[in-house]
Every structure is written in C-alpha cells, then in structure tokens.
Ligand binder design. Structure first.
Ligand code: HC0
Length: 567
C-alpha cells in the first residue's frame, strides 16, 4: 500500500496507480482532454497537470504514478495558470467557427471543450484562432469528419487502433499545423473504415459525427403522398432517454413509440419483429449446414461493421457468413412487400425509416446488394435531437404500444441489442426446433456478460454445438485468428461494437458511469418481463410464414430476406 496526500486529503492507495485515478478515488475532478478510460495514455493535452511537492516542473496526472509519501496539489495557482495557457493554445488550433457558430455545432449540447473552459474558468480568448483551411470530409455514407474542429487529442486514433484493431486514422504535419487525417487524406469513405462510429463516441468536439438524415426524414414526414413507416432497433429503447435524463439504464420503449407517433410516422414498428424473423432464417441455415456438411462455423451477418471488417480483412471467410440479411434490411423488404400487400399500399409510396444505435446501418442501407429495402437511417442521437426540437417532453410521455403487424416481438429479439444476444436467441429456437421439446431453462448464461470473447458448448439432445461470441472488432480479429489457427466452432456471433449494439457508434455520448452494464441490465430486464421469449413462438412470425413466406428458407424467403456479400 502507498500513502499520498492530494489537496490535503490523505489516501491509502494500491501500487501502480496514476495521480489521475487516485484523485478520482478522492472525488477530485482533474480536467482532461486526451485521456479516455480504456485507451493507452497519450499525455498530449497536458491539461491534467498537477503540482507535486518538491518538484519544480508540473506533471501530467494521467501519465504520472503515485509514489509513497507524495503530496499533490491539483488546483494550485501555478497549476490553474498553466492549464489556462495550455487550453488557450488548444482552442487556438480549433475552428474559429466554434466561437462564432457554436449554436449550429453537432456537439453544442455536450462539447467537452466547453465544459473544460468552464471548469478552468476561461472567460475570454487572448489568442487568434488558426484556420487550417481543411475541407469537410463527406466521402462516407456513415461518418463525416470536420478537420477544422479537431484538437488532435488522438482519442479517435487510439480507439480505432487499440479497441477496434483497425487504425484508419493517422497524424500529419507538425506543431500548430498538426492534423488527424486518414491514409493519404483519402477520406473516410475510401479507406478501410468499417463505419462503426466508435471514433465519434471518443471525439470530444464535433470533429466526427454521423451523416445526418434528420432533415430529409422531417421533409418526408410532411409529404402527404408517402406512407412513412419507422422501425426501432433493439438497443435504442434502453438509451434514447439518456440525452433527456442524463442517466443510463432506463427502459423507454413505450415513450419512444409515443414520440414517434407524435412526430407523424404513419406506422411505428419494431426491428425486433425482424430479429425474430432472422432467427427463423439463420437458425434454419445453421441446422441445414450442420446436417448437410455445409461450411462451418456459421458467422452471424447482422452487424454491418463486422461485415465490412470481414470483407476487408478476412475475405476468404465470406462463405462462412450467414446469407440472412440483417433484421434492419429484412424489415424493409417485408414492409415493402408483405405489409404493402396487406394494407393495399403501393410499395413505391412506402418510405422505411430506421432508428438505429449504429452508424454503419446508414452504410448498410446503401449497399448495392440490398439497396431499396430501407430509405433513411437515423441514429439514436438523431432521434433524440428531433424529439427535442419538436418540443416533446420525452420523460413525461405516456406509453404506447407498437403497431401490430410488424411490431410484436419476443424477448429473444430484445436481447439482440447486447453481445451474446443473437447467439442466445438462436440457441433458444434451434434447441426446441431440433429436439421438439420445450427448454427447461431458456437463459444461456455462458454467452452473457461483457467478456471480449465468450465460448460455450451447448448440448442439444446429444448434438454438441460449439459456440463463440466476440464483440468489438479488436476481439473479432482475435477470434478470427483462433479460427484460422484451427480452433473449431459451429456458430459464431460477431458484433462490431464493444458491448454489441447497445454500445453502438450512434448511441448517446456517455453521460453516466458504467453505461454498458446499465444498458445491458435493462435489455435483460425487458426479456425477463416478456411472456413471449422465443422467436419461433411469435404469432405474427407464424402468420407471416402462413400467409406469405411459406416456410423458413423458402424461395420467396430467399428472394426477400437473403443476400450474398462479395469481397
Ligand atoms: Fe443491432 Fe440488429 S441487434 S444489428 O446490434 O441482428 O444496430 O440494436 O438493429 O439489423 O435486430 C444495431 C441493435 C439492430 C439489426 C437487430 C441485428
């Protein structure tokens, strides 16, 4: 144990703890910009400098470990003056538009720079901002980069490289001209970006954000000639309230449906309905591959960031991907065919809007393999922003149920929103379809939790199904290397984002501690409280097969619900 004193507070601390972490334990807030929990220490912004008794130079708290007997001051006059100077230098390389056009910035409501300016007590700027003449990178269908707003904290670089294992960002130039950019400044749409959007969650300013489609959706809602239907992804309902309440883990399904109706959507449906459908199609494909010596392991195909990853880095394994489209895309195809027929609406007049926790879903909707299924994709953040600008008091809304035909889903579909959920949903259905017997226990605990890679062997009436689950592309790469090295599995779930979709790049930017744990708990709570907890028992899925699709894997199901990815 070490002893140290921070701002007069005596602490007993474990070895190898940074001053920043020790201060947190003492509930002392030291401002940081380039630091992010879970990423390597960069120590570039220096805003976290502290004064250590007996040392002439101030030290960065993130990169300095506590030594026994240290006495530290985190907010002395010397510290505050240097912090202010450093902050002014940082802000001077930041876009002048921030100072003139803060109101229109995507991060106007939660800009870390603004928060820090307040913490540090910066009231006026003494330095003229440097304009670097960099144009906006809008080469991607999913993520927009505004280099003039970049403050070179390098968090996006580290997130992409260290967590996602990709590394599309790099730095260019030196000194005040330093820039974060993509390889040869080619643009996000022309490098190996998977569109996962994890960089957006790390960016402290508005330098990275999704391609906004909010205005297009508001316009289409005003077009009387169109029948606009909306679908909401599993993970949105446990995060949409965060921008209103500043706390994570609340379930707001009913309020979200009410808000969407108030916004003017003609029908409010659930992606979860299509998640149940996915289980029927993907589960059938798994059983067929096992019975017919097909290519194994079968890989899930619902996470578009993962699809882009395998296309770039493991093209030899594309045959392992399930041919099932993602639930988002299946929903679009069903809405424009089955729903159109049932309601007597010309499919040309139907507009499908998705609300997704994911930026890569925007890219997925534009893929040529399935273009036309879905017309617009909004992130959870975009929906929250539209709700706010419509003056809707979200937290006090009454609850409404989804519209019926494509709006009823099982608990198995709800858990799609967290890592391990697709696997568990598939196991519930595959077990019962294979054995013809009801499962005694439907919770598959071995694929739950936030461990990066989970493995499980499930005994289905003598058939030993070897399963694995990876979330976050860094873990996906590790698991792919295990498979390349000969480790054998039958079915593998991959999700591009840490935590699965609940941690997607389109979710609200964290406003609470332990956000993933809280969202995950909420997702399992929704499942537990549902009577209907298995995809194959969903009466509206049965009706869809009886009246339209015939049976899982039928010719028409293949035409509408399956696809093939090419390298
Ligand atoms: Fe997901 Fe999905 S579960 S990818 O994570 O399969 O984004 O929430 O909508 O499509 O259902 C995201 C979340 C979805 C799809 C579903 C799947």
């Amino acid at each position: 144990m070490l002893r140290a004193e921070i701002d007069g507070i005596n602490l007993e601390l474990e070895e190898n703890i940074s001053i920043l972490d020790a201060a947190k334990k003492a509930k002392i807030n030291i401002p940081t910009l380039c630091y992010e929990e879970g990423l390597s220490i960069y120590g570039g912004c220096r805003l976290c400098v502290v004064e250590i008794e007996g040392e002439e130079l101030l030290k960065p708290a993130c990169a300095t470990n506590i030594k026994d007997g240290m006495k530290i001051q985190t907010h002395s006059k010397k510290v505050r003056e240097l912090r202010k100077n450093l902050f002014e230098l940082i802000i001077a390389t930041h876009n002048i538009d921030c100072q003139l056009n803060c109101l229109t910035c995507s991060r106007a409501n939660n800009c870390e720079l603004k928060d820090i300016a307040e913490d540090i007590g910066v009231s006026k700027m003494r330095l003229d901002p440097i304009k670097r003449g960099q144009s906006i990178d809008n080469s991607s269908y999913a993520i927009i980069r505004e280099p003039e707003k970049c403050i070179s904290c390098n968090r996006c670089i580290r997130k992409c490289e260290e967590v996602q294992g990709i590394g599309i960002f790099t730095t260019a130039n030196r000194g005040p001209e330093t820039l974060v950019t993509t390889f040869k400044n080619r643009g996000m749409g022309n490098v190996e970006c998977t569109n996962c959007g994890q960089c957006i969650l790390s960016c402290p300013t508005g330098a990275l954000h999704e391609l906004y489609q909010k205005d297009s959706v508001l316009d289409i809602l005003n077009d009387e000639s169109k029948h606009v239907v909306v679908q909401t992804a599993p993970a949105v309902r446990v995060a949409i309230s965060e921008p209103f309440s500043n706390q994570a883990g609340d379930i707001s399904t009913g309020q979200m449906v009410t808000a969407l109706k108030r916004l003017g959507f003609d029908a409010v449906f659930d992606t979860n309905f299509a998640a149940d459908l996915t289980i029927m199609e993907e589960g059938t494909e798994l059983i067929n591959r096992i019975n017919n010596n097909g290519r194994l392991p079968l890989f899930t195909s619902c996470s578009p960031g993962w699809i882009k990853f395998i296309e770039h880095f493991y093209p030899d394994y594309l045959e392992n991907l399930s041919s099932a489209k993602s639930p988002q895309q299946m929903f679009g195809a069903i809405a424009k065919n089955y729903y159109a027929r049932e309601e007597g609406i010309d499919p040309e007049d139907i507009v499908v809007v998705s609300i997704m926790p994911c930026t890569a879903k925007k890219f997925e909707s534009k893929r040529e393999e399935m273009a036309g299924d879905v017309d617009y994709v909004l992130t959870t953040r975009e929906l929250a922003s539209i709700i706010k600008s419509a003056g809707i008091d979200f937290l006090n809304l009454e609850e409404t149920e989804y519209d019926k035909l494509l709006g009823v889903s099982s608990g198995a579909a709800d858990i799609f929103g967290t890592t391990g959920g697709v696997m568990e949903a598939a196991l519930r259905t595959a077990s019962e379809l294979i054995t013809g017997k009801e499962l005694e226990k439907i919770d598959f605990d071995s694929v739950r939790g936030l461990e990066g890679i989970k493995k499980a062997e499930v005994d289905i009436d003598g058939l030993k199904l070897r399963a694995a689950v990876a979330h976050g592309l860094g873990n996906a790469r590790k698991l792919m290397e295990m498979i390349k090295d000969g480790e054998e599995f039958d079915f593998v779930e991959f999700m591009a984002c840490p935590g699965g979709c609940m941690g997607g790049g389109g979710q609200p930017i964290s406003c609470d501690d332990n956000v993933l744990e809280k969202r995950q708990k909420a997702i399992y709570e929704i499942d537990k409280n549902k009577k209907l907890r298995k995809s194959h028992e969903n009466p509206y899925i049965k009706k869809l097969y009886d009246e339209y699709l015939e049976k899982p894997g039928s010719e028409i199901a293949h035409k509408l619900l399956h696809t093939k990815y090419k390298a």
